[in-house]
Design a protein around this ligand. Structure first.
Ligand code: CP3
Length: 354
């Protein structure tokens, strides 16, 4: 494996000194880029794109050609695990993800088997290996998975949901059934992420997109507890380097102390919290990733730079900040504005790292 030419992202996750604050964007490969749409049209549907290592590699690298990003993220989806469990994932144009089979009963959960990631999800590992080789040490590669709770919402509801009524009914009336499902998902995620690490992922992020719809008590019991189990089960090192983990619970800033207690290297934060306040609450226990509102990219270049400056000042001097958006970049974001954002982070952050 070739030496890393830019290791700012990994250094910041481990709270080591950097020259400027590293930056990447959640959903940095995707439909806001015309070149993504061209490759996707060539591949056919989205899942075929994920399953073709060469094309998945091509779209992973597209944002790096446009922007000075400090990390690449594997092009795939969080729903590959339930798909490998036999639920039959498909995408309805404009409707989001759907499953042919849903999980509603104790029997449904009992019948689920933990997939062997090196086999049933081997196409993901092929993509990781292909991307690592194409990057040839330019920047680190991030692997990822959904959190057990977030995956369970899709499996129980059968797709996206606004109110999560079916899974919440299960949580309140049959908590043991939900716990059995979450335990199987946690085991699946541990194997899946460890296989990604062995294939070449240099950091991993867990997307807990829907943990923030739970009460504090239920967040701890049904989401965070299983993410902690995953953190405990992850390979801590590979190829002589630490492999840091990032937990991103959207709307989870309120629980930052509990998140920091899991042993993760970093927490991802959305824009509803003030980075400086969160830093005070966790001290230097973990690194922080975030947290600009993706909607800022709709504003003028001048406003984007001001917002970047404000967030850098909120974090303040010292180490342990990875700049990112507080959630995925919007479908209709202007790529030129994304470039203003990325450049502003590098240009305006040098003064905080002397
Ligand atoms: O960040 C990246 O660039 C890596 C790729 C990535 C995708 N999905 C690609 C994708 C990542 C990290 C995800 C994660 C994901 N997938 C989440 C967590 C997101 C978060 O930010 O919290 C969720 C909830 C999913 C499930 C999912 N997959 C949804 C809701 C959708 C959108 C459906 C739609 O039609 O809008 C997808 C599809 C998807 N995943 C696309 C991409 C680029 C769009 C596919 C296309 O039509 O080309």
């Amino acid at each position: 494996m070739s030496e890393l030419k830019n290791d700012r992202f990994l250094r910041a996750l481990m709270k080591q000194p950097v020259d400027v604050t590293p930056v990447w964007m959640m959903r940095q490969a995707g439909r806001y880029l015309p070149e993504y749409k061209a490759t996707r049209a060539h591949a056919g549907d989205f899942l075929s794109l994920c399953k073709n290592a060469e094309l998945a590699c091509e779209v992973t690298l597209q944002p790096l050609e446009r922007f000075e990003l400090d990390a690449a993220i594997l092009f795939s989806d969080i729903l590959t695990i339930p798909d490998a469990m036999g639920l039959g994932l498909y995408f309805e144009e404009g409707e989001g993800p759907r499953f042919r089979k849903t999980i509603r009963s104790e029997q449904d959960v009992e019948q689920l088997t933990v997939p062997d990631a090196s086999n049933e999800l081997g196409y993901v590992m092929n993509a990781v290996r292909t991307i690592r080789s194409a990057l040839s040490g330019r920047v680190p590669l991030i692997g990822f998975s959904g959190s057990p709770w977030t995956l369970a919402t899709y499996m129980v509801e059968g797709g996206s949901s606004k109110d999560f009524r079916t899974i919440k009914r299960m949580m309140y009336s049959q908590p043991d059934v939900l716990h059995a499902l979450l335990a199987k998902l946690a085991d699946s995620v541990i194997d899946y992420l460890n296989q990604q690490i062995l294939a070449g992922a240099q950091a991993v992020q867990i997307f807990d997109t829907w943990g923030g719809v739970l009460s504090s008590q239920h967040y701890q019991a049904f989401s965070l507890r299983y993410m902690k189990k995953i953190v405990d089960g992850l390979l801590k090192e590979h190829d002589g380097r630490a492999v840091p983990s990032i937990l991103f619970t959207k709307n989870g800033g309120q629980w930052i102390e509990a998140i920091a207690d899991t042993g993760c290297a970093a927490a991802g934060l959305d824009w509803t919290v003030e980075l400086g306040d969160i830093r005070q609450r966790v001290g230097d226990k973990i690194a922080l990733q975030g947290n600009m509102d993706p909607s800022v990219l709709y504003a003028s270049p001048d406003s984007i730079r001001k917002e970047v400056a404000r967030i850098l000042e909120s974090f303040g001097s010292g180490e342990g900040h990875v700049f990112n958006l507080g959630h995925g970049i919007a479908l209709d974001a202007d790529p030129d504005h994304a470039k203003v954002f990325v450049d502003a982070v590098h240009e305006l952050s040098a003064q905080y790292h002397r």
